[in-house]
Design a protein around this ligand. Sequence first.
Ligand code: PAN
Ligand code: ZN
Length: 191
Amino acid sequence: MPHIVPFVTEIDMNSGELSAPGYVIQRKLSDMATMYIDEAAARRILAEEGDRLIYEVQGVALPAEEGQIPHCTTRILAGRIGEEYHMTKGHYHARREQGEVYFGLSGRGYLVMQTETGETSVVEMVAGSAAYVPPYWAHRTVNVGAEDFVFFSAWEARASHDYGAIERAGFRKLVLLRNGKPAVLENPNYS
Ligand code: PAN
Ligand code: ZN
């Protein structure tokens, strides 16, 4: 078993940048155009404006072994695709029994969660919010503000990510602009 020595990472709360990221992931509109309810709007943006960065993840590199606690920041840029706010892909943990902690660093977002047995929950996060994603809950974050929404997350290494179920069926709840503010609505396409 590799021996990890203690370390500290400095985080820029406004950009989510890590002092020494082990990895950086960028998700663009072209990576997730089919995930937005208004796919035609996504295609229009891609054709007329070109691709756009939706969110960026910066994390520390740790081995995927029991007891390690990987952690990262996520920065979701402000904006919408049609009426739907910029969001992460969202996932279940491959090991469903593993939970996670999110901590808001800047901006304003919604954390959208659901279980495979039909429960849903949407909580608001601002700078200073510690949100708990319990075991068995799929999770997606949505930037509902005018600035970048940045948060920190930490999970158990073996949780691993299962994107397939969400890619196939989506989330039960959507966060859309309605009457000038974010509204949580049923997803008519949820299957
Ligand atoms: C988070 C997410 C991160 C990006 O660190 O992985 O916000 O979202 P997607 O993984 O859905 O693209 C987390 O929940 N880790 O388990
Ligand atoms: Zn997760």
